[in-house]
Write a protein that binds this ligand. Sequence first.
Ligand code: PLP
Length: 397
Amino acid sequence: MTAPLMNTYGRQPIAFSHGDGVWLYDTAGRRYLDCLAGIAVNTLGHNHPRLVAALREQVGRIIHSSNLFEIPLQTELGQKLVDLSGMHNAFFCSTGLEANEAAIKIARKYGHDKGIEMPEIIVYEKAFHGRSLATLSATGNAKVQKGFEPLVPGFIRVPLNDADALRRIASERPNVVAVFLEAVQGEGGIVPARAEYLKTVRELCDQHGWLMMVDEVQCGTGRTGKWFAHQWAGIQADVMPLAKGLSSGVPVGAVVARGAAADVFQPGNHGTTFGGNPLAMRAGLTTLQVMEEDGLLENAAKVGNFIMDTVRQELAGHAGLREVRGMGLMIGIELDRPCGDVVKKALDAGLVLNVTADSVVRLLPPLIFSQAHAELMLDKLLPIIRSVIEQPLAQAA
Ligand SMILES: *Cc1c(COP(=O)(O)O)cnc(C)c1O
């Protein structure tokens, strides 16, 4: 028995009592450098003075009113996302999976509106889109799906960065309505879709009337050094789910749409009770405003490159280092072996970070992370990684 909480997480035996900027403090008074940002959520770090002031003010004014009424802050954040993305409109929800669920519904209805009764969506190996039935079915990880069959049908899976696989489907499957991919796979091990590949996806979508749906839940909102990661490829998406970093910790999800996709939903097709409430919208607006005023995109690109360059240099020649990948402050250090124990070693050294896809050390620090913070992190992290990859392989497993 695991009362009072269901046994869904293997948690570290640490509770954080408060945070300040890039620092977290546990209930025993120990300080940690936050290199995870609550899984790419705390864009502005912790306890950011402008965010705290805005939220305090908003809490004293109105928290929730429902989507049965106009919500000026929702219109304002919608406009902001439209301006930053060059897309047309937005729907607000509260989480990443909800944003993806909305995207999947848009794709299906887009198909039905064109007379395609059994619409199919192209999805990817190693993708992660969430844990609702539709989004876990779209996810490319058997562990996430196991035990929850029957899966939602209508997904076709392809490998990432393989343009021929996509072209083959284009010639074989007339019911495809959308391609759904992360611009940078997050849970899958920080694997960017190559710019050339994204351009090819865009071309194929244009040729075949498919929607290009880019899950930017983890890689979006400035984390890679552009507002949205697919913008590095110089293309536009048709549908873009967002969440995680959009609001620095108050739950906010959004799906942003363009062109035909922007007109798919009509009254009665979709909805949410909490989504887009004034408190959530204030958090999103303030986050984006501080990011702009403080140049956090440029900072993410610069500090991210510094971290990746340093890790590559310092670990050059180590056979145990497979690859250092990423964009901006979304970084994966892939080792030649499972390295889950790095999380505990890092905590002991005062670093909060994460390991994903078994063998990838994942760094997702707040976007206020400076070069000095990066140096502090690397001073502690590099010896830990060395100690792991310098062990003989058989022993490590
Ligand atoms: C985290 C994540 C999701 C799911 O978001 P939730 O808020 O946990 O529902 C979906 N897609 C990607 C790419 C993610 O990283």
